[in-house]
Design a protein around this ligand. Structure first.
Ligand code: SF4
Ligand code: FES
Length: 248
């Protein structure tokens, strides 16, 4: 395949940045999107030009670092896949592909396509943990009965990989889907009840402090989420928050 890539280049947070066009040839349908960028970068390096910086780690849909806005959609045109799992067979010969970083003021650009998502880490640090009694008479976690439906829903919420596609998809750059997944995975389990009230308040406070927008129930986050995190988690977080506020 021959393609035209229009890629956002930005030399650090203070640079204005601009789109740059790169023709590319010899791309196979079985290549992943990141392998296609590897081909481009090898070519740029051979020509003595600076390669396009992009984030990646596992290349297996697990780590959440390969966050790219592709033709206006986080992680590109396919559903329930991360950018590293997107294959070039989803495009056709002659296509123009526009590649940008995730856009949100809480995700400042570090360089080219890499954004700083440490705001997500700070939301996690505000409440994404459980306290465990380590005095010696700790109850074995496997001995605590958990309703099957709750266990399944907690497991589904825990599938969130923190990629940030929900924020990039949202017109308000809201982080409600991410935060609600993190709140839900603990709220549904008995082990998560120790900090239940303070957790939801602290995580929502940190989310607001980071500058994420509010949720207006558009639902774009759920559609673009590569892990199928459900909007039901946002409803659950709102209930948890209301209950924590009433308890004071
Ligand atoms: S909720 Fe989905 S889109 Fe948002 S960070 Fe988690 S995995 Fe990514
Ligand atoms: S590189 Fe880890 S999810 Fe894509």
């Amino acid at each position: 395949m021959k393609l035209t890539l229009k890629i956002w280049r930005q030399n650090g947070a203070n640079d204005k940045g601009k789109m740059q066009t790169y023709p590319i040839d010899g791309i196979e349908g079985d290549m992943s999107f990141l392998e296609m960028l590897d081909v481009l970068n090898e070519d740029l390096i051979n020509k003595g030009e600076s390669p396009v910086e992009f984030d990646h780690d596992c290349r297996e849909g697990i780590c959440g670092s390969c966050s790219l806005q592709i033709n206006g959609e986080p992680h590109g045109p396919d559903r329930l896949v991360t950018t590293c799992q997107l294959h070039m067979r989803s495009f056709k010969d002659g296509d123009t592909i526009v590649i940008e970083p995730f856009r949100a003021s809480a995700f400042p650009v570090i360089k080219d396509l890499i954004v700083d998502r440490s705001s997500f880490d700070r939301i996690q640090q505000a409440g994404g943990y459980v306290s465990v009694n380590t005095s010696g008479n700790t109850l074995d976690a496997n001995a605590i009965p958990v309703n099957k439906q709750d266990a399944d829903q907690a497991f589904s919420a825990a599938a969130c990989i923190g990629c940030g596609a929900c924020v990039a998809a949202c017109k308000n750059a809201s982080a409600m889907l991410f935060t609600s997944a993190k709140v839900s995975q603990y709220a549904l389990l008995p082990q998560g009840q120790v900090e239940a009230a303070t957790r939801v308040e602290n995580m929502v406070r940190q989310m607001d402090l980071e500058g994420f927008g509010n949720c207006t129930n558009t639902g774009a986050c759920e559609i673009e989420c590569p892990k199928g995190i459900s909007l039901e988690n946002i409803a659950r977080m709102n209930r948890e928050y209301l209950s924590a506020s009433i308890k004071g």
